[in-house]
Design a protein around this ligand. Structure first.
Ligand SMILES: *[C@@H]1O[C@H](CO)[C@@H](O)[C@H](O)[C@H]1NC(C)=O
Ligand SMILES: *[C@@H]1O[C@H](CO)[C@@H](O)[C@H](O)[C@H]1NC(C)=O
Ligand SMILES: *[C@@H]1O[C@H](CO)[C@@H](O)[C@H](O)[C@H]1NC(C)=O
Ligand SMILES: *[C@@H]1O[C@H](CO)[C@@H](O)[C@H](O)[C@H]1NC(C)=O
Ligand SMILES: *[C@@H]1O[C@H](CO)[C@@H](O)[C@H](O)[C@H]1NC(C)=O
Length: 803
């Protein structure tokens, strides 16, 4: 706990002169605005977003409250309190629930279409729904002044943290939720509308087996272009426990299920149950590595051709049940493929020898089929008219034989994604317009990542830390060139930026996939002009990048007992691995290797990454030589009471140290200037010569992570400075990182080489002490706050997620 903290900010600083390929843009510079629980008057546990796209008002469901926020000015807010009466709360606690859970967590907000919002909350394990008058922004009341409520059973979960999804279709609410107090029964149901049409799933493990509901979507047929009179459909996405495998372990499977909007249940069989409930397995598998991602976390629905429902695609975040390490993948499924599977063979779930050999013949009309003109002509104008034989078959065969299969667009190790949103743009690559899919991914540690997908290639462009590492992103909403991102405690608005955001050639080159091109003449990044051919290689040459698989060996002199983080860049979807001395104590963070320095751990460390072609030899992405060095830095730069920190870039270390002493000298001499950060002032003039840039607005909340920015695995940061193109590493928490990387773009591969050259500037605290590390960091921050001048200077810190 009480070892010495040595901080070598300056070697990092020094490195930063050359680190132009990654950057952090200060939050102030790009118009990130944030409101937290404090501004919300102590209201938190935000879970639900509902945006009125016309007025730009965002409604947030929270604990015991609903808040309306003006997205053009987040300081304009109104609050409705909606809490559980004391008596009811007590009886809930008496039933064995916690005080916290016996509150009203508003989980559902939907427009009713008549200037009212339907709001449902858990209401102390007795779900209730109420009506919000939008004009007055208040809860509708009964004549006696009490809040007008109706039961929320089947519309909202009982338990605050339960997985749940709901979607409005033609003014009627469709939900997937638990339907009892114990949380042991699950339903996908039509939850509002006419009583006799409120139908649901059969209580059978063949239909739903311990599901975790994730998402839902209403797909409406194109009214103008629907010659066969197809019915509208509602899709549900969830993970459930597979029943079709006879295994002892509970195997999870991701699923898509479909019901039809005009389904009203059967007459005798499947009374008040779906007659159209069909489900299929989703497969998200990387064939090359054999990795299967079987747990679905979130789904975003988007039309590839706006206005054409048949072009709907579903983007899903997946993780794996079996992997110990954090791991996320994104797979995309088209409506067309899902429909094909739903029209294919049914899976036989009743396993008897008989139907194993001769599967039950499929009766007509085809079970699970949605109503259309042809069926109506045959006299089946309602599901009530369907023959028993069809319904019985339907009841016993909810699962399709075939799966909907996709390969991941991207895979990331060491990151857990929680939410995604997708935007589509087109970029000209010279000869042709091509579609660029931009994934906006939220992590469980309060970050937002931006990944551009062009054809088979995914490029990580940017990472922004929006919240503390304890706040998972739980909502992302894209609206008018802005992203509204929520966590349980805060709300952030940030621009979805264009090319001009990237202020150096290297960073611009990385955004090539978005159609960005660097112009040397203007010294700016801009959208490529249609018809202008810009080969990635050209860009790479322009920015003076080198080859990829022959990195220089980086010699590192290390002290015993320290931990170093050796960075390695994964540029293709293929995995990387480390060759290292057999006795060394190591731990992987993404593909970065944390090494505990002991006599046994000295030697050569090589990061090898598989290339796309299977027969190709692995690419040496990084190589380090660790040798022992007697400690030679104490005193001046050390901060008392902390721990060992090591910036691993030793080549620059000594110089950095000397310069550090020099700057500290200056700092002490000029103490008192520059407080509160802001633009550089004359106080730092001398130091300025040493810094590539001091024009670095700093706020206490800004930019903290000394992260080695790198494609898909590595992180680093810095600050883009105006138009000068210099980059400085900074301390703080709201950094915006721009990354380069790609699964294969040559340009980006060469960009990555630079990363290797500049390697391992990570400072790492003692192993397994995340909290302790945070403590040290705040200590450091305090210390540095005292050195007022340094506030404008880079403060290297460790990113929590990389420890
Ligand atoms: C935002 O709203 C607040 C409170 O109504 C107001 O004081 C502030 O001036 C507004 N800001 C802008 C930029 O309009
Ligand atoms: C909503 O409130 C406004 C103003 O109080 C009132 O005039 C209006 O009738 C209310 N609307 C509904 C649907 O109750
Ligand atoms: C509500 O927020 C508190 C504090 O962040 C957290 O401990 C709790 O788990 C949250 N509850 C739910 C249901 O999200
Ligand atoms: C441009 O796009 C076309 C079609 O997508 C592709 O075949 C070609 O390789 C691309 N060219 C470059 C330079 O990326
Ligand atoms: C994807 O990467 C491969 C391999 O580097 C490259 O040949 C191809 O042109 C890229 N495709 C697109 C559409 O950019």
């Amino acid at each position: 706990m009480k070892s010495v903290t040595s901080l070598f900010v300056l070697s990092v600083l020094l490195c930063s002169t050359t680190v132009s390929w990654s950057a952090t843009i200060n939050s102030r510079g790009v118009g990130i605005s944030k409101v937290g629980s404090h501004e919300f008057g102590g209201i938190y546990n935000f879970s639900t977003f509902l945006l009125d796209r016309e007025s730009g008002i965002l409604y947030l469901g929270a604990r015991d409250a609903v808040i309306a926020v003006d997205t053009t000015n987040l300081s304009k807010r109104k609050t409705i309190e909606w809490s559980v009466p004391e008596e009811k709360r007590k009886s809930c606690v008496a039933k064995g629930k916690t005080e916290d859970d016996c509150k009203n967590y508003v989980r559902l907000l939907e427009f009713l279409g008549d200037r009212r919002i339907y709001a449902c909350g858990t209401f102390a394990f007795d779900p209730q729904c109420a009506f919000i008058n939008i004009s007055s922004f208040s809860l509708e009341t009964n004549e006696d002044g009490s809040v007008k409520m109706e039961t929320g059973k089947g519309k909202c979960p009982f338990e605050p943290s339960q997985h749940y999804t709901a979607v409005m279709a033609g003014g009627i609410l469709y939900t997937a939720a638990t339907s009892n107090f114990l949380g042991t029964m699950y339903d996908i149901s039509r939850a509002t509308g006419m009583e006799q049409e409120r139908i649901r799933t059969e209580q059978s493990i063949n239909w739903l087996s311990d599901p975790e509901f994730v998402s839902s979507a209403f797909i409406q047929e194109d009214e103008e272009n629907n010659p066969t009179g197809e019915d509208d459909k509602i899709y549900f996405f969830f993970t459930e426990v597979a029943k079709e495998y006879d295994l002892y372990t509970k195997v999870k499977v991701p699923r898509v299920a479909r019901v039809c909007k005009s389904d009203v249940g059967g007459m005798k069989t499947l009374q008040r149950r779906w007659t159209t409930f069909l489900k299929a397995q989703l497969v998200c598998e990387d064939r090359a590595s054999g990795q299967r991602f079987n747990v679905l976390t979130d789904v975003f629905t988007v039309q590839h051709q706006p206005g054409d429902p048949s072009s709907t695609h579903f983007y899903g975040i997946f993780t794996s049940q079996w992997e110990r390490e954090e791991l996320s993948a994104v797979c995309v499924y088209s409506l067309e493929e899902i429909t094909k599977v739903m029209n294919g063979p049914f899976k036989e779930l009743k396993k008897s020898c008989e139907n194993w050999i001769n599967p039950e013949p499929i009766p007509t009309p085809r079970p699970g089929q949605c109503l259309n003109n042809a069926l109506k002509q045959q006299g089946f104008e309602s599901s009530l008219k369907l023959p028993d034989k069809v319904l019985t078959f339907m009841r016993d065969h909810p699962l399709m034989e075939n799966s909907v299969v996709a390969a991941p667009l991207m895979i990331r190790n060491g990151i857990t994604y929680t939410k995604l949103a997708v935007t589509l743009t087109t970029a000209s690559n010279g000869s042709k317009q091509q579609m660029v899919t931009v994934l906006h991914l939220g992590t469980d540690r309060g970050q937002l990542h931006k990944v551009a997908v062009v054809g088979p290639n995914a490029t990580l462009i940017e990472e922004v830390s929006l919240f503390s590492a304890q706040e998972p992103v739980n909502n992302i909403l894209l609206y008018k060139d802005k992203a509204l991102v929520g966590s349980p405690l805060s709300l952030v608005k940030l621009p979805i930026v264009g090319c001009s955001f990237y202020t150096t050639c290297e960073v611009c080159a990385r955004a090539h996939g978005l159609g960005c091109v660097w112009s040397h003449k203007d010294g700016a990044c801009a959208m490529a002009k249609p018809g202008k051919v810009v080969e990635p290689e050209d860009l790479a040459n322009q920015c003076n990048k080198e080859g990829l698989c022959s990195p220089p060996v980086i010699e590192m002199r290390v002290e015993q007992g320290l931990r170093v983080l050796l960075s390695c860049v994964q540029v293709s979807p293929r995995p990387c691995r480390w060759d290292h001395p057999p006795q060394s104590h190591t731990r992987l963070h993404n593909y970065d290797l944390e090494v505990q320095v002991t006599p046994e751990s000295l030697g050569t460390y090589v990061c090898l990454c598989d290339e796309v072609g299977r027969d190709q030899p692995p690419c040496r992405r990084a190589e380090y030589q660790l040798t022992l060095e007697t400690p030679r830095i104490e005193g001046n730069v050390a901060i008392a009471g902390g721990r060992h920190f090591l910036v691993s870039h030793i080549i620059l270390f000594v110089v950095g140290f000397i310069m550090g002493a020099f700057i500290l000298f200056l700092v002490y001499k000029h103490q008192g200037g520059l407080r509160g950060g802001g633009h550089s002032s004359s106080t730092l003039e001398k130091g300025r010569d040493l810094l590539p840039s001091t024009d670095t607005p700093q706020s206490p909340s800004s930019a903290s992570l000394l992260s080695e920015a790198v494609p898909l695995t590595e992180k680093r940061n810095g600050t883009i400075n105006g138009h000068s193109g210099h980059i400085v590493h900074t301390g703080g928490h709201n950094g915006r990182h721009i990354y380069a990387n790609s699964c294969g773009l040559k340009l980006q591969e060469s960009a990555v080489n630079l990363a290797d050259e500049l390697d391992g500037r990570e400072m790492v605290g003692p192993k397994g002490e995340e909290d302790g590390l945070g403590e040290v960091l705040s200590e450091m921050e305090e210390e540095f706050a005292k050195l007022s001048c340094l506030r404008g200077a880079p403060l290297a810190q460790c990113e929590e997620s990389s420890i």
